[in-house]
Write a protein that binds this ligand. Structure first.
Ligand code: TLP
Length: 354
């Protein structure tokens, strides 16, 4: 039996249309800027995000790292959410490679940063007239939408604008980066354009290889100057790809209107999953908090903890992730409504309610 894989939306495999587009893609050496399909993808991405330019990179981690390195000088400080992917799940790249100090701020349940806390955290440090020589200078504010470890939470444009304005009001040089790995999920959940959610940010990263279903790739979007720098940084980090048009061809399909609108189905599936799980013994899940395709829940029961439940579900053909005390399930286009029901039946069996 094929497992129902809810570990992440990154597990989506390219469908037949994507594979056909890969075979037919016009390609060139993208490090020379010669790949017409990559160029088309970058133009389309810039348009969708409402920024002048974009760069195709291998992963979301690299997209974030490039955006940070391009805007936060070594020795400066960046403000991050304490549960953000940048802070918790990017292998410490910001200390080791970007050489910046991170200053974590608590998010609320929706993944938002409190504008007053942002304002208060800004450091005017060394290198600036009158700066405090004990402190690095804050250079960048990082936001995340949807917010992965806040359970796929969504914040609207005004929330992000409030945090960005708070930062800039204290320090006009500050740039704002949005980790929009799943920005299209946020746009669909809110019923707004991806552009409107990107407005407050100087740079935006988003992933093609998650809910949008492409096999590989992310984009960094921003001003033309930023993307010129991003190009050099991509090369430095080893992310220059050659005939990447075979991948960009999938990216173009991933960004098509219908494919983006389809994310609503994943959101409905995640909500249904949460409702079903919440009714099972030992599980704490809050269906009302599920806004997009990510669902976190807790389990504690007579038979064990989160890690036990993960193993027990795996034995029943349902894959998810135990992350500390919590479990995570992520819905995506390779999981059908029928498989959601099947996953719930498996959970009921495991927890002795079938
Ligand atoms: N997230 C992955 C894991 O790393 C946890 C996942 O399965 O959710 N920003 C955000 C908000 C992300 O969730 C991720 C990936 C990234 C950046 C990094 O993207 P990749 O994996 O393409 O480097």
């Amino acid at each position: 039996m094929t497992p129902i894989d809810l570990r992440s939306d990154t597990v989506t495999a390219p469908d037949a249309t994507m594979r056909k587009a890969m075979a037919a893609a016009e390609v060139g050496d993208d490090v020379f800027g010669d790949d017409p399909t990559v160029r088309r993808l970058e133009e389309r991405a810039a348009e969708r995000i409402g920024k002048p330019a974009a760069l195709f990179v291998p992963s979301g981690c690299m997209a974030n790292l490039i955006a940070v390195m391009a805007q936060a000088p070594a020795g400066s400080e960046i403000l991050v959410g304490s549960r953000s992917h940048i802070h918790t799940a990017e292998a410490g790249a910001y200390a080791r490679l970007a050489q910046v100090n991170k200053w974590p701020l608590a998010e609320d349940a929706q993944g938002r940063l409190d504008p007053d806390a942002v304002r208060a955290a800004i450091h005017v440090g060394y290198g600036l007239p009158g700066g405090n020589s004990h402190l690095p200078t804050t250079s960048l504010l990082c936001l995340e939408n949807t917010h992965n470890f806040c359970g796929g939470a969504v914040q609207n444009a005004a929330d992000m604008r409030a945090a960005a304005d708070a930062a800039r009001s204290r320090a006009p040089w500050i740039k704002v980066h949005l980790d929009g790995a799943r920005l299209f999920n946020a746009a669909v959940a809110l019923g707004v354009s991806s552009k409107s959610l990107a407005e407050a940010a100087d740079s935006v990263s988003f992933c093609l290889s998650k809910g949008l279903g492409a096999p590989v790739g992310s984009l960094v979007c921003g001003s033309r100057d930023l993307i010129v720098q991003a190009h050099a940084l991509r090369k430095m980090l080893g992310g220059g790809m050659r005939q990447a048009g075979v991948l960009a061809a999938c990216g173009l399909l991933a960004l098509e209107e219908d494919n983006v609108a389809r994310l609503a189905e994943d959101h409905a599936h995640a909500r249904r999953l949460a409702e079903g799980l919440a009714a099972l013994p030992g599980i704490s899940a809050d269906p009302a908090a599920v806004r997009t395709n990510i669902l976190f829940f807790e389990y504690r029961g007579p038979k064990g903890d989160a890690a036990w439940l993960q193993r027990a579900l795996e034995a029943e053909g349902v894959r998810c992730l135990a992350l500390g005390a919590r479990l995570r399930m992520v819905t995506h286009r390779d999981v059908s409504g029928a498989q959601i029901d099947e996953a719930l039946r498996a959970a009921a069996r495991v927890l002795g309610k079938a």
